[in-house]
Ligand binder design. Structure first.
Ligand code: NAD
Ligand code: TDX
Length: 329
């Protein structure tokens, strides 16, 4: 199995999952080690994988690694909305051109591909509705990040239809859990508290996300790899919607701090109001269900992980906060 972007948050957790649940697999892991990639996230399994420091923008490296694999799981991407607003160029190169290079390689060697995508391709939903995205929702991305992920999904769909490439797509809701970069919402707030700073909430904190534990995302990917129908798209989500203020209050309470001990800061331009996935197809067709049904317990475990693993996140923290300070956030 070739895992692209496997030194990032979800890819590293997925590599741990594969090693644990499929110990007979040979794992090749490709990662460019951008600011978001961290080899030390692979420390517990490093002796059991083949790590290749390389770039999905490099068609030759993909040709070689895809030829040597049966299955490819494609996580590699520029993944942070705020960064895409500041400089969209690497998003176009990695998310679009990188996915194109990979599709050409899997087409050449007739390999099975699973493409990892996001609910953000559908745009956002009104705050005051019960509406959810489905596999049939219209693509309507808001940010440069979301637009490049939407484009990469379209490339996969076209390669399936025109060339018969054997591929599936999953669009997951927001993930949280161990090894997530401190630029993202939940680890930023946990590590702010651990560092003696206050959590920072954009705008009024009304925006809603469907928080899904990374382990649940990975069992969904595993189920799709095993039994997903070729050419199909599956939406993934825990069903646990929360607004950003609620999440921060919960984190503060779990960390023994007053629940209103946070700052409201400048909003993100074009900030999507609400994401929510209808994951019924995945649940009924493939029998998937999330193990982390209780967000508070999942968050407590994640807080505990960041508390115990300062060696992992402290080296990223100052540079990340400096970038946010320049944005007034
Ligand atoms: P991440 O930023 O933590 O990790 C991305 C990884 O890709 C890093 O290790 C980075 O070094 C690597 N990478 C970046 N550019 C590369 C390139 N050109 N060549 C090779 N490697 C490169 O991201 P993540 O949160 O783990 O997201 C992984 C995937 O899941 C992405 O495709 C993202 O769109 C998708 N996704 C993320 C979430 C979420 O909540 N984090 C939700 C749904 C979908
Ligand atoms: O400090 C912050 N304060 C804050 O209020 C940060 C970093 C974020 N936010 C808000 C913005 C969002 O409403 O929290 C929410 C979550 O923000 P992010 O962690 O940046 O995630 P989001 O923009 O929702 O995108 C995430 O989910 C979908 C991932 O980063 C994407 O890769 C994934 O595709």
């Amino acid at each position: 199995m070739l895992i692209t972007g496997g030194a990032g948050f979800i890819g590293a957790n997925f590599a741990h999952h594969v090693r644990r649940c499929h110990p007979g697999y040979r794992i090749i892991l490709l990662d460019a080690l951008t600011y978001a990639g961290n080899r030390s996230s692979l420390r517990p399994i490093i002796d059991h994988i083949e790590f290749v420091h390389g770039d999905v923008r490099d068609a030759d490296v993909l040709d070689r690694l895809v030829a040597a694999s049966d299955t490819v799981v494609h996580f590699a991407a520029e993944s942070h909305v705020d960064n895409s607003l500041l400089d969209p160029a690497p998003f176009v190169q990695t998310n679009l051109v990188g996915t194109f290079n990979l599709l050409e390689a899997v087409r050449r060697y007739d390999r099975r591909l699973h493409h990892i995508s996001t609910d953000e391709v559908f745009g956002d939903l009104p705050l005051d509705s019960d509406e959810r995205f489905t596999e049939l929702s219209r693509y309507d991305p808001s940010s440069p990040y979301a637009a490049t992920k939407a484009g990469s999904d379209m490339l996969v769909r076209a390669w399936v239809r025109s060339y018969g490439v054997r591929a599936t797509i999953s669009n997951c809701a927001n993930n949280y859990g161990p090894y997530q970069h401190v630029e993202k919402f939940i680890p930023r707030q946990i590590t702010n508290v651990l560092a003696g700073d206050r959590p920072k909430v954009y705008g009024r904190g009304d925006n809603v996300r469907e928080w899904t534990h990374v382990d649940d995302h990975n069992t969904a990917i595993d189920a799709i790899l095993r039994s997903g129908r070729m050419g199909e798209t599956y939406l993934v989500g825990s069903g646990q919607e929360c607004d950003n203020r609620q999440i921060v209050r919960l984190i503060l309470e779990l960390m023994g701090r007053p629940a209103d001990d946070f700052d409201l800061v400048t909003d993100r331009p074009g900030h999507d109001a609400r994401y929510a996935n209808d994951s019924d197809k995945l649940r009924t067709e493939l029998g998937w269900k999330p193990r982390y049904a209780d967000l508070s317990a999942g968050l407590a475990g994640t807080i505990d992980w960041y508390r115990r693993n300062g060696w992992w996140w402290k080296p990223q923290k100052d540079a990340t906060e400096e970038r946010y300070r320049r944005l007034g956030r």
